[in-house]
Write a protein that binds this ligand. Sequence first.
Ligand SMILES: C[S@@+](CC[C@H](N)C(=O)[O-])C[C@H]1O[C@@H](n2cnc3c(N)ncnc32)[C@H](O)[C@@H]1O
Length: 273
Amino acid sequence: MSNPVAEHYGQPNLLERIDSAFASLGKDSAHLTTDDLAPVDQFHTGGMEATAEMARLGEISRDENVLDVGGGIGGPARQLSSQFGCHVTVLDLTEEFVRVGAALTPRVGLKDRVSFQQGDALRLPFPDASFDVTWTQHSTMNIPDKPLLYRELHRVTKPGGRMILHEIMAGPLQPIHFPVPWASEASFSYLSTPEVVQENITSAEFRQIKWIDASEHAQKWFLARIAALRESTPSPLGLNLILGERAPQCFQNVMRNLQENRARVIQAVFARP
Ligand SMILES: C[S@@+](CC[C@H](N)C(=O)[O-])C[C@H]1O[C@@H](n2cnc3c(N)ncnc32)[C@H](O)[C@@H]1O
């Protein structure tokens, strides 16, 4: 593997490590629910609650076709499908995530509604106007060419469809503290300010419907998580399976970046006219 982003995320044998974590909790990992998997497959601030909030903001409805770009091992995709009844295609750069996501999905009974494909957000392997909804959730922080990203998302979104995002962006004070969950160091982290992202998206001819700065809410969520972790024995099933020993430091740094105004969390909905 030569791509530093895929290398950062793609630690080997993830499925085997998830299986052993379930085994050590006395749980049969052949039959799972989206809730069972949430500690390891919702790789963003706010967990399942944030995913549901995005779906409500974007008015996702039954049987819509959603493309989740940078969908990781598929937690948001499986939740969207089970909770809101849509069909979801996950596209992700990291081969290991695509393999693990595809293996976990039948175990929650969603094989016919959620599919996985390896690929790059900057070269989406889909024809024009393929999806009712395009979705990114904490997946654009490693992408330098955001104007091209939003042109690609616009191209594959159907006219009348929506693009929904939940992303970490740059705060007014830079640089950020590293490591963070998306990068161990600065060479492959590309945060743009909310103003620049808004400009990139509207230049790609999306029309803004909703734009919410959720940074304060994200900070409260982190504080609650950090407090809960201090009070209980850490579970073997968590994002530590992806981030390894650096996980606590990565999360502390996201918290610190938010507190010091070096990072912002934005939720937004855009329409493709
Ligand atoms: C922090 S994870 C978020 C995963 C998922 N969206 C979630 O919320 O659980 C970021 C994801 O973005 C993916 N990613 C980064 N750059 C990408 C690119 N250029 N194209 C596709 N996926 C990308 C990574 O492989 C990783 O799975």
